[in-house]
Structures are given as C-alpha cells and as structure tokens.
Design a protein around this ligand. Structure first.
Ligand SMILES: [Zn+2]
Length: 93
C-alpha cells in the first residue's frame, strides 16, 4: 500500500508493506483475538529481505531491487502460543 525510499544505500534500498485492504482493516480495527482459543494476540513486526525481486513494476526503474525490506506482521497468541500471519487473520472474517 505504501512505498518509500530509504537510505543508506548499502543497507536496504527500499521497503514496502503489502497490505490488502482486508489486512489493513484487520490491522487497524480487527479484534486481536486468537481464532483457536480466544486468547489475546500480541503483534510482532518482522521483515524479510527481498533480493533481486521488485514487487512493484512501476517503481523498478527508480529503486534498486537488490535489497528491499518487506515488512511482515505476525500475531502471537499469549494463551496457546500459536502465531498467525496478518493475512491468515484477515481471511478469517
Ligand atoms: Zn490461542
């Protein structure tokens, strides 16, 4: 959904979040409750680095695709310890 450039260039050259509208909704307003046991979910932010693959073609000419930081949110249940991706939880509704 959003995209930005980020110096310094010898680290990650760019980052992005790829929330679908549904995921964005869940992220902002969804009830953070475990689908299995009803426990409370804690949000964790992590990222993966994408090498040589640029998800947005229209930015490919402006930003080096060598190292792109892709932020991923996961939710971990405090009761049963199961972790869910934001995509999983957004689909549940
Ligand atoms: Zn649980």
């Amino acid at each position: 959904m959003s995209f930005g450039k980020r110096p310094p260039p010898d680290k990650h050259t760019a980052f992005y979040y790829d929330f679908s509208p549904r995921e964005m909704w869940y992220f902002l307003f969804g009830k953070k409750v475990c689908p299995r046991c009803g426990g409370k979910l804690i949000r964790r932010k992590s990222y993966e680095t994408i090498h040589g693959h640029m998800p947005y073609k229209d930015h490919a000419d402006r930003i080096s695709p060598r190292k792109v930081k892709h932020y991923v949110y996961t939710y971990c249940c405090t009761a049963c310890g199961t972790s869910f991706s934001l995509a999983d939880l957004a689909k549940k509704k």
